[in-house]
Design a protein around this ligand. Structure first.
Ligand code: NAD
Length: 300
């Protein structure tokens, strides 16, 4: 039986619509407009595209977007000064520093200078600790998006076997924490895992966040399992013409889709959920800052 294809584009559009409706209500009832500040240091072309996209989507859901584009030579002191001002600005509910930063800037220092309540990326050490201890945290956007999709497929995740491949701070580890919080039995696999196929085969839920094109073949997938493919890999596509490329995930989609119960495609799966969850986090941060009820279905 062919798997249900989880449409991340449509799902993300639903999340954005929910955010927009809640933002409209906040404005009307309380005169509050959530605001997201995005800080970009340097000229990295991919980062510029992300920042532009984040700014556009922020405005589309009715929030205020504040973009701070700083030159590559910005000093740590200057950057920390800006973060301090954004921390103190009541119109700013979310602060995101686009990563990676240029080499001369200490990423951990910069991220940990953000007020944790405004840390909509969920990377501040306090939010990492809050998540790990089951307390109210700001949750990293990509794993939050994956969790929303998994809850949509399964309803209750309690007792399910989940295998997360990859142990990064951005995806793998917070994903595992979220699944644990929803009472899954969680295994984190990584580059040193022995018998990865055997580990993946016992999973009801597989989340692949490795960054290796199509490394998980269909015959590793337990029949009926849900597969969330976080990987985004650009590979050569000579079939499309000379010099052409295409995007693939960490999972071999065609073979996995024949076995899985549900699967996210690449592109159009997890990818679109990340910015949608950033907007959801900004709204959540705004509601918390004003002591208002949090939006339903948009938090972990
Ligand atoms: P990372 O490089 O920080 O971590 C990769 C992890 O994979 C490591 O923990 C490593 O132990 C593990 N790994 C490497 N080789 C392995 C192997 N052979 N077997 C098992 N595990 C192995 O990467 P990341 O930041 O977590 O990103 C992972 C992928 O997800 C990348 O393709 C990235 O582009 C993508 N990504 C997508 C989104 C999104 O959809 N919005 C967001 C973040 C990352």
């Amino acid at each position: 039986m062919a798997a249900r294809i989880i449409d991340g584009k449509a799902f993300a559009a639903e999340v954005r619509a929910k955010v927009a409706a809640h933002v409209a209500q906040l404005k009307e009832k309380h005169g509050i407009t959530p605001g997201l500040a995005v800080v970009l240091v340097g000229e990295d072309p991919a980062s510029r595209v992300y920042v532009r996209s984040k700014g556009r989507q922020t405005v589309e859901v009715g929030m205020n977007s504040y973009e701070h584009k700083l030159p590559a030579g910005t000093t740590e002191e200057e950057l920390l000064g800006l973060i301090g001002r954004l921390n103190d600005d009541p119109a700013v509910h979310g602060i995101l520093v686009q990563l990676p930063l240029p080499d001369h800037l200490n990423e951990a220092l910069v991220i940990n200078a953000i007020n944790p309540a405004k840390d909509v990326d969920g990377f501040h050490i306090s939010n990492v600790g809050l998540l790990a201890t089951g307390q109210k945290a700001m949750v990293p956007c990509t794993p939050l998006g994956c969790l929303m999709m998994l809850r949509d497929v399964h309803g209750d995740l309690s007792g399910l076997e989940a295998v997360v491949i990859g142990r990064s701070n951005i995806v793998g580890k917070p994903m595992a924490q979220l699944l644990l919080r929803d009472s899954c039995t969680v295994t984190i696999a990584h580059s040193r895992t022995r018998d990865l196929p055997g580990v993946v085969r016992r999973a009801d839920i597989v989340v692949a966040a490795v960054g290796r094109p199509e490394m998980v073949p269909g015959d590793w997938i337990r029949p009926g399992a849900t597969v969330i493919d976080v990987g985004i890999n650009r590979i050569d596509a000579p079939e499309k013409g000379e010099g052409k490329t295409r995007l693939v995930g960490d999972v071999h989609f065609d073979s996995a889709a024949r076995v899985a119960g549900a699967i996210t495609p690449v592109p159009g799966g997890v990818g679109p959920m990340t910015i949608a969850c950033l907007l959801a986090n900004t709204l959540t941060a705004c509601c918390r800052a004003h002591g208002l009820p949090e939006p339903e279905g948009l938090t972990a």
